[in-house]
Design a protein around this ligand. Structure first.
Ligand code: NAD
Length: 282
């Protein structure tokens, strides 16, 4: 049973609001982890060229027996610093990802990081427009883009990113960026939605709400995201947690719960776990 609501992206594509992320899952384990997720009922999978597990992911997609039209597959261009990213390089990288995934189309293709110091994401985006027009990516978007990066895209292109996938969790709630996305028709997708399973899940504010609902801290944090309208892609390789993270549609946080979780971000402004997109160029 798949009760995951669908979010309508700005080109009409439907995206499951909850999916399965596979960062740091080795290629050899990806087939099993993704297979477990598909069996549990996930239909959206978030991978990336740099995760080096597109092959294992593709094997699971091929063997799960789920019709292609029920799946939502995201991958990302690793626009790394080792080379210039012109049209040919982008198309080659996209073909390479499709080949490893064993697909002739992805549902969502993202620019992984803006790398503003390189000044080439506009060229990349022009090629993404071409990929979108060809239908080989049903939707295209960005990841880790700041407001100024979104402004630069908007100045040069009429194609609005369908999604901006950014670090987002109660300790780093990205309130202003979320509002900007909403005003421009960009869907907010939260990476590290569980704060990578670290401090966030042990905070008394979170565990108290979890106890009251008879749910886990992870489930409470995922509900906070869903009730704010974020797309989430929690990662786990543990089958019981993979199932637990999907089992979040049978309860609801009330306004006091939401306010308590919102206040964590207000008191912890700027607490990123991952890199700052203004500087990241590894
Ligand atoms: P996450 O917030 O999903 O946390 C995952 C970790 O939390 C697991 O490794 C595990 O230790 C723990 N965990 C998972 N389920 C749990 C549960 N039910 N109870 C207790 N602990 C649990 O972190 P993430 O993997 O960094 O982010 C999710 C996905 O986001 C990634 O897999 C990837 O697909 C994507 N991502 C994208 C970017 C980007 O730059 N676009 C960066 C990081 C992650």
């Amino acid at each position: 049973m798949n009760q995951v609501p669908a979010i309508s992206l700005n080109n009409g594509t439907l995206m499951p609001q909850l999916g399965f992320g596979v960062w740091q899952v080795p290629d050899a384990e990806a087939e099993h982890a993704v297979g477990t997720a598909l069996e549990a009922g996930y239909r959206s999978i978030d991978t990336a060229a740099v995760y080096d597990n597109e092959r294992g992911t593709g094997k699971a997609l091929a063997s799960a027996g789920v019709p292609r039209e029920e799946l939502f597959v995201t991958t990302k261009l690793w626009n790394g610093p080792k080379q210039k990213w012109g049209r040919d390089e982008v198309l080659r990288a996209f073909d390479d990802s499709l080949g490893k995934l064993g697909l002739d189309r992805v549902d969502l293709y993202l620019i992984h990081w803006p790398r503003p110091m390189r000044e080439d994401f506009l060229t990349i985006w022009k090629t993404f427009e071409e990929i979108a027009e060809s239908g080989r990516a049903t939707a295209v978007g960005v990841s880790n883009f700041r407001p100024e990066d979104l402004d630069r895209l908007a100045a040069e292109s009429s194609l609005v990113p369908a999604v901006n996938q950014v670090e987002l969790h109660p300790l780093f709630p990205q309130t202003e960026l979320r509002a900007l996305h909403a005003s421009r028709g960009i869907t907010t997708e939260a990476w590290s939605p569980l704060g990578q399973g670290k401090e966030l899940l042990t905070l008394p504010a979170v565990t108290a709400i979890a106890e009251r609902h008879g749910r886990s801290a992870a489930q409470v944090v995922l509900r906070w995201h869903l009730q704010h309208g974020n797309v989430v892609i929690p990662k786990s390789v543990t089958p019981s947690r993979i199932r637990e993270n999907l089992d979040v549609f049978g309860f609801e946080l009330d306004s006091a719960d939401m306010a308590a979780l919102d206040s964590l971000g207000a008191s912890a402004a700027g607490r990123r776990i991952g890199p700052d997109p203004a500087e990241f160029d590894a």
